[in-house]
Design a protein around this ligand. Structure first.
Ligand SMILES: CC(C)(COP(=O)(O)OP(=O)(O)OC[C@H]1O[C@@H](n2cnc3c(N)ncnc32)[C@H](O)[C@@H]1OP(=O)(O)O)[C@@H](O)C(=O)NCCC(=O)NCCS
Length: 183
């Protein structure tokens, strides 16, 4: 799916939301972003040196989201600067799972904490609901209190936990908390 450009104002800043363009500039911007954000927080799914996407792979990731009815990638720009993205993908491996969508979101550290995550998730949830999905699922790492609070305030409920799902290079662990939002 494509998100036609949407503009908002938040905390005196101009916010532009749009889909990714299927070009080298956006593809490389997304790879650089992933390498940066995975290093800024323990709360994403891998280490920065594990982000090894090529430009071609990123282009096909963008194409897949733009052309599929079962996925949407939304990029956010704050006063013209790329700030992060969120996305959904339908769990379409079987008819029995077609009512479920999974989501992900990450912002550069610089753009956290002034409401952009909430805005992005509100837009994403609206799009998912419009597509007819009945529930939205996500994983959040234990200790990510900001994300947990945000998800809970948007109607997600904790429904399970995988203990010690993540082991860090320093030998410490975190859990994955599973949350579900039912429309
Ligand atoms: C998680 C993330 C998307 C949230 O976006 P954001 O723009 O920073 O969040 P917002 O400013 O919209 O909202 C944060 C909310 O958490 C609250 N909050 C902030 N720090 C908190 C804390 N330590 N404990 C509990 N709540 C907290 C804020 O008050 C706000 O709630 P409110 O709107 O009810 O006042 C963003 O911080 C991010 O990208 N983090 C790094 C990557 C990540 O963790 N991704 C999620 C993986 S599941």
């Amino acid at each position: 799916m494509i998100l036609a450009e949407e503009k908002y104002e938040l905390d005196g800043k101009e916010i532009l939301l749009r889909s990714a363009n299927e070009n080298i500039d956006d593809a490389n911007m997304l790879i650089n972003y992933l390498q940066t954000v995975t290093g800024e927080t323990r709360f994403l799914m891998c280490e920065p040196d594990e982000v090894k996407y090529t430009t071609e792979e990123e282009l096909s990731f963008i194409k897949k989201h733009n052309e599929s009815a079962n996925g949407l990638l939304i990029l956010a720009f704050v006063d013209g600067e790329y700030a992060g993205n969120c996305s959904f993908e339908g769990k379409t491996s079987s008819r029995r799972a077609k009512h479920r969508a999974g989501i992900g979101i990450a912002l550069f550290q610089k753009y956290m904490g002034f409401g952009l995550g909430r805005l992005l998730l509100e837009v994403l949830l609206r799009k998912i609901k419009e597509q007819g999905y009945e529930q939205v699922e996500l994983n959040v790492v234990s200790g990510n209190d900001r994300a947990y609070h945000l998800y809970e305030s948007l109607g997600f409920k904790e429904c399970g936990r995988i203990p010690k799902a993540n082991k860090y290079d320093d030998g410490t662990y975190s859990d994955n908390i599973i949350m579900v939002h039912v429309f």
